[in-house]
Design a protein around this ligand. Structure first.
Ligand SMILES: [Mg+2]
Length: 215
């Protein structure tokens, strides 16, 4: 019988549909670029994509909207773009009831590699359920959720690794690396059937596993 005092959740692909986050980078930023430079969207899209390619995803700047807006000469405020993004964010339907129930007897934390500006827009009404929100890029200047990230999260959230269950959709960054530092972890497969013991298809199943101590 194993249990968890704290539950750490990934965001993109776990709480929200990744396509709505992708829209920010692939549509809203190029649209703002098109308005600024007075070029058609297609031209803006190809210029912006080409610019994205000039920086490595190992560089923390790659993840920061404010960096790209400045680099692309976009003068609109980030708040305006985030306002446009807000209605497009698709939260998976099981999130609200499960988060509300889980938060009544567990500490909830967010462990994401989205920058804090996007995290705050995406979480919005849900933020009140979380004890702490950790962004690898904004909180620790780490481009990915490495072992160093999870060790810092444990220490800053005030839990031992074995007291935390982390749930996310990426095999390496949400499953293997947390386990490597001693955090229990489950993989959420939103669009595929779970096949292995460490896989679930929604947050309700996470709740059931916690209740049964089956972690
Ligand atoms: Mg994810």
């Amino acid at each position: 019988m194993h249990n968890a005092e704290a539950v750490s959740l990934d965001v993109t692909g776990t709480l929200v549909d990744g396509r709505s986050v992708k829209y920010f980078w692939d549509v809203l930023i190029p649209s703002a670029y098109a308005r600024k430079h007075r070029v058609p969207f297609e031209k803006a899209f190809s210029n912006v994509k080409q610019m994205y390619g000039t920086i490595s995803p190992d560089d923390v700047r790659w993840y920061l909207p404010e960096y790209w807006m400045k680099k692309l000469g976009i003068e609109e405020s980030i708040e305006e773009l985030l306002r446009e993004l807000k209605p497009l964010i698709t939260i998976f339907p099981d999130v609200k009831p499960v988060i509300a129930e889980l938060s009544s007897n567990h500490s909830l934390i967010v462990s994401s590699n989205l920058p804090m500006l996007l995290l705050e827009t995406v979480l919005d009404d849900f933020k009140k359920y979380f004890l702490k929100v950790f962004s690898s890029v904004s909180t620790y200047s780490l481009p990915r959720k490495t072992a160093e990230f999870y060790v810092k999260v444990c220490s800053d959230a005030g839990f031992k690794p074995r007291e935390i269950l982390h749930v996310g959709d990426n095999f390496i960054y949400d499953f293997l690396i947390p386990r490597f530092v001693g955090i229990k972890s489950l993989i959420i497969k939103r669009f595929k059937l779970p096949r292995r013991k460490h896989e679930v298809s929604n947050l309700k199943q996470v709740l059931d596993r916690i209740k049964l101590g089956d972690l």
